[in-house]
Ligand binder design. Structure first.
Ligand code: AMP
Length: 192
């Protein structure tokens, strides 16, 4: 199983977020899962990659060239793909994966997650999306998404596109048991 992980680049976040990232990375290694991520060396991205590499797991970085030029790429991640643009990178993140996991992060993580949700809504991305809600970090996003549905900006069926879990140990089970999704999702549009 191959998963893409979106997470923070910040080094300043509370230790509990680093601990959750480490636990999740160990779960991936234990389950022999392959991870694709943004290629960063610091923050939760760095913790994810360091833990996977230290424990013999598989990780691949996808990064736009301009980030590599300012030396943001993780030096020990050997499997790397460089793109010309951020857009191209985001498209590549979602290619050929079995699921997407989002950990706490800033605007970069949020926009990556929301793009994936939007593509899934249109039936262009059909894989499970699991949001790790460490420390209730994503409670406001969950409320926002549910409000979108409650106030009919989105369809009730869209609630099945994502799942929130509180603990890293629940992520793989959530990926495996996610509701199936396909191209017909484009028909759940709210403009009818
Ligand atoms: P954020 O959640 O805002 O920290 O965004 C994570 C995303 O930020 C990554 O996918 C990158 O697009 C970008 N990013 C910002 N700083 C770095 C860094 N030092 N190394 C790698 N990526 C970074």
């Amino acid at each position: 199983m191959k998963v893409c992980v979106y997470c923070a680049s910040s080094v300043k976040v509370d230790k509990l977020y680093f601990d959750a990232t480490e636990t999740l990375a160990l779960e991936f290694v234990k389950a022999n899962m392959e991870v694709v991520y943004g290629g960063g060396a610091i923050g939760l991205m760095g913790k994810l990659a360091d833990t996977i590499l230290l424990n013999g797991g598989k990780i691949k970085g996808i990064m736009p060239r301009f980030m590599n030029e300012v030396e943001w790429a993780h030096k020990n991640v050997t499997d790397f793909e460089f793109t010309e643009t951020m857009h191209e990178r985001k498209a590549k993140f979602l290619e050929d994966i079995d699921g997407l996991v989002t950990l706490p992060g800033g605007s970069g993580t949020l926009e990556e997650l929301l793009e994936a949700i939007t593509l899934k809504r249109l039936g262009q991305f059909t894989k499970p999306i699991v949001i790790l809600n460490t420390n209730g970090f994503y409670d406001p996003l969950r409320e926002m998404l549910e409000r979108c549905v409650r106030e009919h900006f989105m369809h009730e069926k869209h609630l099945a596109m994502w799942s929130f879990v509180d603990r890293p140990e629940e992520v793989i089970e959530a990926l495996v048991s996610a509701a199936s999704w396909d191209e017909s999702a484009i028909n759940f549009a709210t403009n009818k």
